[in-house]
Ligand binder design. Sequence first.
Ligand code: SAM
Length: 270
Amino acid sequence: MNVVLQDTTFRQLRDFIYGKCGIYINDTKKYLIENRLVKVLQENNLSSYEEYLSLMQSGNGNELSRLYDAITTNETFFFREQQQIDVLIDLLVPGIIKDKPGKAIQIWSAACSTGEEPYTIGMLLAEKQRGTRAGLIASDISEVVLESARKGIYGSYSVRNIPEPYLKKYFRSNGHFYEIDPAMRNSVKFLNVNLVDDRKVKTLRDIDVVLCRNVLIYFDDKMKQKAVSLLYDSLRPGGYLFIGLSESLHNVTRAFKPVVMNKVIVYQRS
Ligand SMILES: C[S@@+](CC[C@H](N)C(=O)[O-])C[C@H]1O[C@@H](n2cnc3c(N)ncnc32)[C@H](O)[C@@H]1O
């Protein structure tokens, strides 16, 4: 199929995507839309991007969901940026437990992709903070990755950093695939939440810790500000936000207090 994406149509599609989910595709990344959407056009028997744009603008919910699946970058793996997870489990969780005795602590992995991040937290909590009552929430905008997260079956790339004892204890494997233990799988609640959709984010309140790692990099400053301000409101006063190790909230917000723990920056809500 040889369909040409005209510059005007590219910009309209780009702006549509940006308005819906915050992902900003600049002019040098036109190829990204072409590469990722050509299959969607084929599946819909469409012969031009103009037809596809009209279909999207008509407000078809299923197609919007399919667009999110196609356009998002879902790279993730277990024990990613572990320094941050160690700070969470070893330094923050004990303090949070003390602050709210008898109550479950609420941890939200926002933009969890295929689930490696929340399951990493679940395993480390179970091993290092035994008996902690925790509500683990994990969300993403893409139904395809959420479906995969709910199944909890992984390939060797994804599990490569998992320490052997954890791999043995929490996974069943046939040598090719690794299936997470059903109890661990059931301990995480997976939800579809678009981080720039006020209504969706507002359903999550009084969260103790939000991890929003390696997703704001796809947004421009304006959408970063929107998402971070919504996350601020979802946290309880004194709650904590993690962004990716290589990311910064410089130019985005001053509402959080940056706290450095073991060389890791954690953003605390006032
Ligand atoms: C690169 S992955 C990061 C996964 C994980 N947090 C990590 O650090 O390994 C980025 C995820 O953000 C999700 N995402 C992109 N835009 C989003 C939005 N507006 N709302 C929610 N999730 C979004 C993508 O679907 C993708 O799964």
